[in-house]
Design a protein around this ligand. Structure first.
Ligand code: GRF
Length: 199
């Protein structure tokens, strides 16, 4: 049986596309399927891309909603969905501790820096301003702190010779697109996941 993924996005969704491709014919082809894509921004370009590929999507815009009421609406929909893991792929909204507690070891995030060194927004901007010669991307379980959960996998991006923020991002995203799926595979194949899902 394949693991069912629900992907959360807020914007262009390039990681989402890479995961969809990995499920179709890449690292996740034998072990995962994308059940739905959700966005907290109804105008997110990634939603249109997912729809064009025939993926089930929904959005609940958080504009004008407090975190609690937004998450309540989201949970009402999630209750009717069948999924094993929530994959945050450029989901730009902080998830509350109450929400996180409902899904222990079931929410995964990718952060474009070493979470022990840098948390929050602007990780590529930070790497560029600091003129880092390498940065370490992190896939981690989402726990109650911001970008502080248990690390699943880290991957180094070589930034030597990168001469603009765009180049830093281009190199970083190229690595993200490959290793996020590999890290998800690691979770699905892990003993803990099998015990949780009874697979
Ligand atoms: C990625 O750099 C991801 O690591 C970060 O937000 C960005 C999202 O990009 N959390 P995309 O929407 O997947 O293209």
């Amino acid at each position: 049986m394949k693991a069912k993924l629900g992907i959360f996005i807020s914007g262009r969704g390039s990681n989402m596309l890479a995961i969809l491709e990995a499920c179709r014919s890449g690292a996740l082809a034998d072990c995962a399927v994308v059940e739905f894509v959700f966005s907290n921004k109804c105008e997110a370009a990634g939603l249109r891309k997912a729809e064009a590929l025939g993926v089930s999507t929904f959005c609940i815009d958080n504009e004008g909603l407090k975190r609690k009421s937004h998450e309540k609406k989201l949970l009402e929909v999630l209750e009717r969905k069948d999924f094993d893991l929530i994959i945050l792929a450029g989901y730009m909204r902080v998830i509350s501790a109450d929400f996180v507690r409902l899904f222990p070891k079931k929410i995964i995030n990718i952060h474009p820096a070493d979470t022990k060194v840098h948390q929050g927004l602007g990780a590529y901007d930070w790497a560029w301003k600091e003129r880092l010669i390498e940065t370490k991307l992190t896939v981690h379980f989402v726990e109650e702190g911001l970008d502080t959960g248990e690390i699943i996998h880290q991957e180094i991006v070589n930034l030597q010779g990168a001469d603009s923020l765009e180049e830093v991002e281009r190199r970083g995203l190229a690595v993200e697109h490959v290793f996020y799926s590999e890290a998800i595979k690691k979770v699905i194949n892990g003993k803990e996941f099998k015990a949780l899902s009874g697979k």
